[in-house]
Design a protein around this ligand. Structure first.
Ligand SMILES: Cc1cc2nc3c(=O)[nH]c(=O)nc-3n(C[C@H](O)[C@H](O)[C@H](O)COP(=O)(O)O)c2cc1C
Length: 276
């Protein structure tokens, strides 16, 4: 026998209709305002397991079979940053391109990917996977493969300006300056199975959560765009990355302790908005 998708603790339920209002799939119904919530017939198949029903209930009355209350800690509003603090964090994050050799502990790396689990994903699919590389020589070896890829692409690229940029990257590499991985001790790669609806958005948002939290924890990150451009197409790199079958690399960040800190927030372009 299947377990019911949810049960209502009728001693606690105040019949306020919040769970019904919060359900994105609209599978929680009530006969009238005095009734307890119930599941729409065959509603299970439309549940995206987002837990909004559990999260919105102030009384702890909504018991979702897939999400025990013990896995859903109470909100602590006192812990929320106020708007100026959050805004300053968002404006103050920088791409870090000089790293200390000090490795980031497995515990802290785990904390980073654990926070990123709470990033939104299309239909709450949560199909963001991580490959965390913590061997500096492996990060560097992959950087070398990106350089090999750029060398292959160079003669095939008609755009003059692009060619010059690529040539500078290769020249820097040959002079011992790593502009691909920036000497980072870690590389965090986000990947998804191809059949997910919004793999690029899911992974980019998760990486963004990760990088903002990393900054708050005193770490530095930088998106690894050259790496990402080669990661699914340059065979030696595809083999070295060794993602699960059917997975595509959707993005990556270098990570480590920054060698220096920034003292100002650089200017950015005005927002380009069409107001209607
Ligand atoms: C998708 C993406 C790819 C990027 N790839 C690289 C890269 O390969 N190497 C690098 O040094 N910076 C890379 N960056 C960092 C940008 O250059 C950086 O975000 C931009 O210059 C603004 O600086 P800030 O992040 O400090 O505000 C990338 C950024 C994004 C969003």
């Amino acid at each position: 026998m299947d377990m019911a998708l949810f049960t209502i603790d009728q001693k606690k339920c105040k019949r306020d209709g919040l769970c019904q209002a919060a359900c994105p799939a609209q599978i929680i119904i009530r006969a009238d305002k005095k009734s307890f919530p119930a599941l729409l017939e065959n509603g299970e198949e439309f549940c995206i397991n987002c837990g909004h029903c559990v999260a919105v209930c102030p009384h702890g009355a909504f018991l979702l079979s897939t999400m025990p209350l013990s896995t859903c800690p109470p909100m602590d509003r006192r812990l929320l940053p106020d708007a100026p603090a959050l805004k300053h964090l968002l404006l103050a994050r920088r791409s870090i391109r000089r790293y200390k050799k000090t490795p980031v502990s497995r515990k802290l790396l785990t904390e980073l990917v654990d926070v990123a689990r709470y990033a939104p994903t299309g239909s709450n699919k949560q199909q963001v996977w991580w490959t965390v590389i913590s061997k500096p020589e492996e990060v560097r070896r992959m950087g070398a493969m990106v350089i090999d890829f750029i060398k292959i692409m160079l003669p095939l690229t008609p755009d003059e300006a692009q060619v010059r940029r690529f040539q500078r990257l290769v020249l820097a590499w040959e002079n011992g300056r790593d502009r691909i991985m920036r000497g980072a001790p870690h590389l965090i790669v986000a990947h998804s199975p191809a059949e997910v609806a919004f793999p690029a958005a899911d992974c980019a948002i998760a990486l963004t959560y990760l990088e903002l939290y990393a900054f708050a924890r005193g770490l530095g990150t930088c998106w690894a765009g050259y790496f990402t451009g080669a990661a699914n197409v340059h065979e030696p790199l595809v083999r070295a990355l060794d993602l699960p079958p059917g997975h595509q690399c959707q993005g990556a960040v270098m990570l480590g302790y920054p060698q220096y800190r920034y003292s100002r927030i650089p200017m950015r372009n005005q927002a380009q908005v069409t107001w209607r």
